[in-house]
Design a protein around this ligand. Structure first.
Ligand SMILES: C[S@@+](CC[C@H](N)C(=O)[O-])C[C@H]1O[C@@H](n2cnc3c(N)ncnc32)[C@H](O)[C@@H]1O
Length: 208
């Protein structure tokens, strides 16, 4: 069974506290009724893209949730993966997968408990979307990255347009050597509901 009512609620979230509340209730069933039920493709797409263009570690997974992206990275042989999320309940599920080196709570709309330049790569799936995190987090993402590191972030395409990600990225040019984006489907054939055909961008950023 798909969990589209929860996805619709997630898209309508407003602010970090609302996210914490919704994901606390969703953590136990997220992998089965949402990820499997909706044929959710973003974690694998981000991991495949990151492995192809970089594969460097340590890598930090932003909004790691239950750890689906960490699992996909490890299958590519990328073994030093850390994860951060605003929801302790989602991180508990991620820990159980046994693929993260370190998981820690953090709010991407503020400052993370990460030293400047600590990561040789950053990844994220499903977190830069409606009601979650927008382009305001980009400066903090860049702060966590070493020079010449790559980030691969999935961004919901409608969210990209609504919040002006391109404008923010172009403003950050001193810290960004290059950025590009590639279209992908967020959900696979067989997914149902109002969001089944939602599109995303695989945003790829290399720091200067
Ligand atoms: C749709 S889930 C994606 C989880 C996982 N990356 C995946 O692809 O399955 C979005 C995640 O973003 C987290 N999140 C929402 N707002 C956040 C914020 N301000 N800072 C950090 N994480 C946040 C949620 O707790 C949730 O785990």
């Amino acid at each position: 069974m798909t969990n589209d009512p929860d996805l619709s609620k997630a898209y309508g979230l407003q602010g970090p506290e609302a996210s914490q509340k919704l994901y606390a209730a969703w953590a136990d069933t997220y992998d089965t009724d949402f990820a499997a039920g909706m044929h959710y493709l973003a974690p694998q797409a981000v991991a495949d893209c990151y492995a192809k263009i970089s594969g460097a570690s340590p890598v930090l997974d932003l909004g790691a949730g239950t750890g689906l992206l960490g699992q996909a990275l490890v299958q590519h042989g990328i073994t030093h993966v850390d994860g951060t999320d605003i929801s302790p309940e989602m991180l508990e599920q991620a820990k159980k997968k046994g693929v993260y080196n370190r998981v820690f709570e953090g709010d991407l709309t503020g400052q993370l408990d990460v030293a400047t330049g600590a990561y040789d790569g950053i990844v994220s799936s499903g977190t830069f979307t409606h009601g979650h995190v927008g382009p305001e987090a980009m400066a903090e993402v860049l702060r966590c990255m070493s020079h010449g590191a790559w980030a691969v972030l999935s961004v919901n395409a409608a969210h990209w347009d609504a919040l002006g990600f391109a404008v923010t990225l172009n403003r950050l040019t001193p810290e960004i050597a290059t950025w590009r984006k590639q279209a992908f489907a967020l959900y696979g054939a067989g997914s149902t509901g109002p969001h089944a055909k939602d599109k995303g961008w695989l945003l790829q950023i290399c720091t200067a």
